[in-house]
Design a protein around this ligand. Structure first.
Ligand code: SF4
Length: 199
């Protein structure tokens, strides 16, 4: 993988970084169905989550328009399986690392797509659906929201997902470099058509 990206990711605080081929990503209806059960409370309540983040087809078109990427992980060690304090703190650090990384990588790749874990938490309370996203440039959707089985993608791209007993790993990813045939304006239009927002 691109060593510049790996170095930047490690500087941003991720513990493990691996190459990601966006073509290996499969988006699954069953992940969307799990979102719809709304166990996290963010379904239909956050601009970065389903259904607002777009149809599965639209998400697939966007992800598969990229030719390269990286998996970004934050692993923490728990004192025991109920160490919720460390889990929450590690989740907070992972989101913070993603925000810093996303702002920096977009200087190199303005079209880059950065995905995290869980709903977007930039605002204390997301105003969806009554008013538009307040900070679209900061909004980070999750891999799960796109319909991705994170463990499968890690396995396919030869990066561990599990680092041993009493560890917890949050995983995000970067997709960068658009296919030569894809232009941003066309991409947006295709996404919208797939999402049935255009005729
Ligand atoms: S940036 Fe704020 S308004 Fe936009 S998706 Fe995130 S929480 Fe919602």
């Amino acid at each position: 993988m691109d060593e510049k990206i790996k170095k930047l990711a490690l500087e941003c605080g991720f513990t493990h970084v691996g190459a990601l081929d966006p073509a290996t990503i499969t988006l699954r209806e069953e992940v969307r169905a799990a979102c719809a059960e709304n166990k996290c409370g963010a379904f239909n309540r956050n601009w970065a989550c389903p259904p607002a983040c777009g149809s599965l087809e639209a998400c697939a078109v966007k992800i598969h328009s990229f030719t390269a990427g990286a998996l970004l992980q934050s692993t923490c060690v728990l004192t025991d399986p109920f160490d919720y304090e460390t889990m929450q703190e590690s989740g907070r650090k992972h989101r913070e690392s993603l925000q810093v990384f996303a702002q920096k990588i977009k200087v190199l790749y303005p079209e880059a797509l950065v995905l995290g874990a869980g709903p977007c938490t930039v605002c204390k309370q997301c105003p969806y659906p009554s008013s538009p996203c307040r900070f679209p440039a900061k909004m980070i959707s999750s891999m799960e929201a796109q319909g991705i089985v994170v463990s499968d993608v890690c396995t396919t791209n030869n990066l561990p997902y599990y680092y041993g007993q009493n560890t917890l790993t949050y995983t995000g990813c970067l997709c960068h470099t658009l296919r030569e045939t894809v232009h941003q304006s066309n991409l947006r239009e295709t996404d919208l058509r797939k999402a049935s927002l255009l005729g």
